[in-house]
Design a protein around this ligand. Structure first.
Ligand SMILES: [Zn+2]
Length: 248
C-alpha cells in the first residue's frame, strides 16, 4: 500500500529510514551459499521462488540498496500473479535462510525512497505466499515489520455496535472510508471502506507459534489492504465508486 506525500505530511511524519544493507547482504550471501549447493528447490521453496529471492536488483534505489521488482497491473503476466491466492509457509521454510533473505528484501523494497510505501505483500514481489511487510504506525518509532502466514482473524465492533433488524451486528457500520494507493497500481488512488479495529493472526518467529494481535486505526487499514493482496484482491476491486483518481 502507498500513501501520498501529502497524506504522510498530514500525519506529521515523513519517513526516509536507513535500510539494513548489511543485513540484506548477509542474508543474500547465505542464500548464495545455499543455492550453490545445486538443489533447484529445498525445504518447500519452489524453483521460481528461489529465482526471485536470488535475483535482486542491485543498487536500484537512491540509497544504493538492493530491492525486488514490484509487479504491477500494467503487465499481463504480473496481473496473473497479483490475482493468485497465496499459500502458507511451511515451518521449515520459515526457519530457512531464504525466508530471512526474502524478509530483508521486502523490507528494503517497501522502503524504497522513490515510493510512498507503507506496506507490501508477497504477490507484489512475485511470491505467492502469505507474507506482508507493514509499517506499524501504532508502535513507537513506527517500524516496518514482517508477518508470515498472516490473516485477518476478527473484527471488533465495540461495546455498542449498530444492529441490523433481528439484533444482528451491522458489520458495514463498523467501516470507515479512507484514501488508499498501491505500489502495484501506479499513479492512482481512491477511497475504500475498511474496519478500524481488527484482529490479525500470524506465525511468530523464532518461537514458531501462531499468535493473534489486535490492530486499530490506520495500521489496521494497511493490514487489511495487504491481506487482500494475499487473496488476489486489489483495492481497486473495493474502491468507492467515483473516488478513483490520478495521484498528484
Ligand atoms: Zn497494494
Amino acid at each position: 500500500m502507498s500513501v501520498s506525500y501529502k497524506y504522510k505530511k498530514m500525519k506529521g511524519k515523513i519517513h526516509m529510514r536507513a535500510v539494513p544493507v548489511a543485513a540484506i547482504l548477509a542474508s543474500c550471501f547465505m542464500l548464495g551459499v545455499v543455492l550453490s549447493g545445486g538443489c533447484s528447490s529445498r525445504g518447500g521453496w519452489t524453483a521460481s521462488e528461489l529465482d526471485i529471492i536470488s535475483s535482486v536488483i542491485p543498487g536500484t534505489d537512491s540509497l544504493g540498496t538492493s530491492i525486488l521488482r514490484v509487479l504491477t497491473i500494467a503487465d499481463p503476466d504480473d496481473s496473473l500473479v497479483l490475482r493468485t491466492p497465496c499459500a502458507d509457509f511451511t515451518p521449515s521454510m520459515l526457519q530457512s535462510p531464504e525466508f530471512e533473505a526474502l524478509s530483508s528484501l521486502m523490507l528494503a523494497t517497501v522502503q524504497d525512497p522513490s515510493e510512498d510505501g507503507v506496506g507490501i505483500a508477497g504477490p507484489q514481489v512475485g511470491i505467492s505466499r502469505r507474507i506482508v511487510a507493514v509499517q506499524r504506525f501504532d508502535k513507537p518509532g513506527e517500524p516496518f515489520e514482517v508477518y508470515p502466514n498472516i490473516r485477518i482473524s476478527g473484527v471488533n465492533l465495540g461495546k455498542d455496535p449498530a444492529l441490523l433488524p433481528g439484533g444482528v451486528p451491522d458489520l458495514n457500520a463498523a467501516m470507515e472510508p479512507g484514501p488508499e494507493g498501491c505500489l502495484s497500481v501506479p499513479g492512482r488512488r481512491g477511497n475504500v471502506l475498511r474496519y478500524r479495529d481488527i484482529d490479525i493472526q500470524y506465525t511468530l518467529i523464532p518461537a514458531m507459534r501462531d499468535t493473534t494481535e489486535r490492530i486499530q486505526g490506520f495500521t489496521a487499514v494497511i493490514f487489511q489492504h495487504e491481506c487482500d493482496h494475499l487473496d488476489g484482491v486489489l483495492y481497486i476491486d473495493k474502491v468507492i465508486p467515483g473516488s478513483l483518481q490520478e495521484r498528484d
